[in-house]
Design a protein around this ligand. Sequence first.
Ligand SMILES: [Zn+2]
Length: 364
Amino acid sequence: MSGALPPNEPVTTVKCVVWDLDNTLWKGTLLEGDDVTVDDRVHETIVGLDSRGILQAVASKNDHGPAWERLEDLGIAQYFVLARIGWGPKSASVREIADELKFAHHTIAFVDDQPAERAEVAFHLPQVRCYPAESAPGLLSLPEFTPATVTADSRRRREMYQANARRQAEQESFDGPSQEFLRSLDLAMDIRRATADDLSRMEELTLRTSQMNATGVHYSDADLRALLDDARHEVLAVTMSDRFGSHGAVGVALVETGAAVWHLKLLATSCRVVSYGAGATVLNWLIGEAATAGTHLVADFRPTERNRIMEVAYRFTGFTDELCACLAELPPPRDGRTQRLHITPAPKPAPCTIRLTTVPLTTT
Ligand SMILES: [Zn+2]
């Protein structure tokens, strides 16, 4: 049985379902003049997948205009974040959808009534999971379409994706410099003490592959929950919004405060907001708070393949490898790969592209 998954290996959840249209999503063939309809159980499946935070897209051989209009008439067009409707191979459509969403192929499901179409996709994209049309009404009962947790943010994932697409379209049509564009977004960040509810959303953030764990050190939901009422620890929740809507929970930080030194043990932000400078904004705010408290600030940093961009944020905000006496106040790092970055804080100017609302960490 070598190569087989152990029986208790968690099933990877599908992140996007790509639907064929004719005789799969709807009954009938649009171009043959059929008055196509959506079966009630397929309709329930579409709504159910959406509420579980699983995105949906369309890959259909049809004329784009009439097919999309029909989806609108049926009242379901809004559930599909992308549509590849045309005459190219289905594998190319599915690949484009995966690329656009930045999803790994094994997290994509493809549903089509035609065995030849499924075979074509399976041949070119062997990791994509292919399902015949008759399995569509039962998708919700399969483990791979059943995420372990469904949070407020995952239920809104599709809407957040669609707001992001509008944002990007606007960015592409905007000629000004990046700072000017960022200012035009009317970005707002809220940093507050996390509640138990926040942590459920954060846990998803720290589990999802799209996060940038700046410290590279993992803390479980249980670890963080245990520290919520700990007087020496601050568990902080970061949310962001802009004029297109909310980005939801985008970051979590864990700081242990002390008289001489504050210890930033965890900083993770969603990759959705990295280009807005979210990581550096949180760091600069913390530096300012530590300056007010009159303490030094030390951040754990464990280099990973994914957090190089966050190392840049540490350096940019002034953290260095200097060996300050305050380091002796901290317990040794969890492992040999965790570095300690240090800064002697000085007050920082307010960010110029993000409106900040924060909780004061220092008590007077
Ligand atoms: Zn120091």
